[in-house]
Design a binder for this molecule. Sequence first.
Ligand SMILES: Cc1cc2nc3c(=O)[nH]c(=O)nc-3n(C[C@H](O)[C@H](O)[C@H](O)COP(=O)(O)OP(=O)(O)OC[C@H]3O[C@@H](n4cnc5c(N)ncnc54)[C@H](O)[C@@H]3O)c2cc1C
Length: 413
Amino acid sequence: MADTADVIIVGAGIIGLSIAHQLLRRAKLRILVLEKGAALGEGSTGASSAVCRFRYTYDEMVCLARDGVAAYRNWSEFLGEAETTAGYQRLGSLWFTPLGGDWARGEAVRLRRLGVAAEVLDDVELSERYPALNTCLQAPDLESGAEHSCGPGGGRHLFEPDAGYVNPMDAANDLLRAVKAKGASVRFNTKVARVRARSGKASGVELATGEIVDSPVVINAAGPWCNGLSAPLRAAGAWEFTPTRIQIVHVDCPPGMRSRLPICADLTSGIYFREQLGSGQIIVGSLLESDEREAVADADDFARHHDNEFARLKLHALQHRLPGLRISSVRGYSGLYMVNRKDVHPVVGQTHVDGFYLVNGCSGHGFKLAPALGGMIARAITGVRDGFDTDVDPAFLAVNRTPLQLDLKSAMA
Ligand SMILES: Cc1cc2nc3c(=O)[nH]c(=O)nc-3n(C[C@H](O)[C@H](O)[C@H](O)COP(=O)(O)OP(=O)(O)OC[C@H]3O[C@@H](n4cnc5c(N)ncnc54)[C@H](O)[C@@H]3O)c2cc1C
């Protein structure tokens, strides 16, 4: 292995690969991506629902989502390759909330001002477009399963027509191919034991084998394993990143509903779901902060199955929203979010160690944001602008920022 590089990226998840690609879009650099796994998909990226939607509390996050998703929507141009595997599945995203029509109208105006397409659907319009969806805004009692009579509706629903998803492994594989074609070296089965620094400056990494690789720039894109690399240098400051177990269940989508569902964020009962086109499945996850609290001590050792109780509650909520759904078999799994406990937003940028950068704590947002965050870091390192860059001020997510103020500290923040 070459024992020097211009930039070392630790981790070949969607974040590490996006950074590598964004660097190579603007500069000819010797980039070394080090990945401890034998293949892609070891961490959060392999488990991701990869929903690309836009509404966030902070305008800056809306813009980062808009700019990240723009890369997925123009994937071939972004990659600079005519042939790609990943394709953006534009399903639209519909919000069911008990917050009322004024909320939906206000958010639609805000999104449009920020360059994101948004509509407000009333119950009639919603039912015409998506007849399988129940418009009721009163959640059933999921715990007791008590008899529930659906309310009369009358809601106004925020709809983001450009929302969608990408198969996360297809996207990662496309990026891997693109960065290798542009000369990056990507090493699997290569664990970084520590980041090296001299006189306050990054100087490279030491591998688990004891081998040293020198570089003036090291980027921690190690997802749920990031703490082990930053802690010895106290590089994350006061931020607390917690690997957190996140469950997903999936069920078969009846043929009559296939290709006829938007992505749904159902805040009345705390679930999101989307169809997995091609496989005929519906993937269901949680929007509740209470489901983002299961800290995992060792990111290599956690329960990878789903819990029956989780499935019971979430599928009850799903059946309320899709009354025509008959569930025959339930499958599921768990992955890890790396949650930034202070404000559930990513921490991105250079640390107090010159040349050592973090892109950590991406929680449930990291897939959609990856191209934009990659561009932010690449621009900070090279000083070169690119057509896919975000215009969000890097100070918004910087390592030395103060935590953002939020009512909801979950993936829906
Ligand atoms: C169940 C689930 C659902 C999600 N749904 C969505 C969603 O709908 N929309 C969305 O935008 N985001 C979603 N996310 C979040 C998103 O997937 C993550 O934020 C994103 O994948 C993080 O990417 P990453 O590259 O930082 O981390 P990872 O994908 O975990 O990659 C980190 C890589 O670093 C490697 N590594 C770690 N330590 C070392 C080391 N010391 N040496 C070498 N290699 C190392 C690991 O093996 C791993 O491959 C979801 C996540 C999960 C788990």
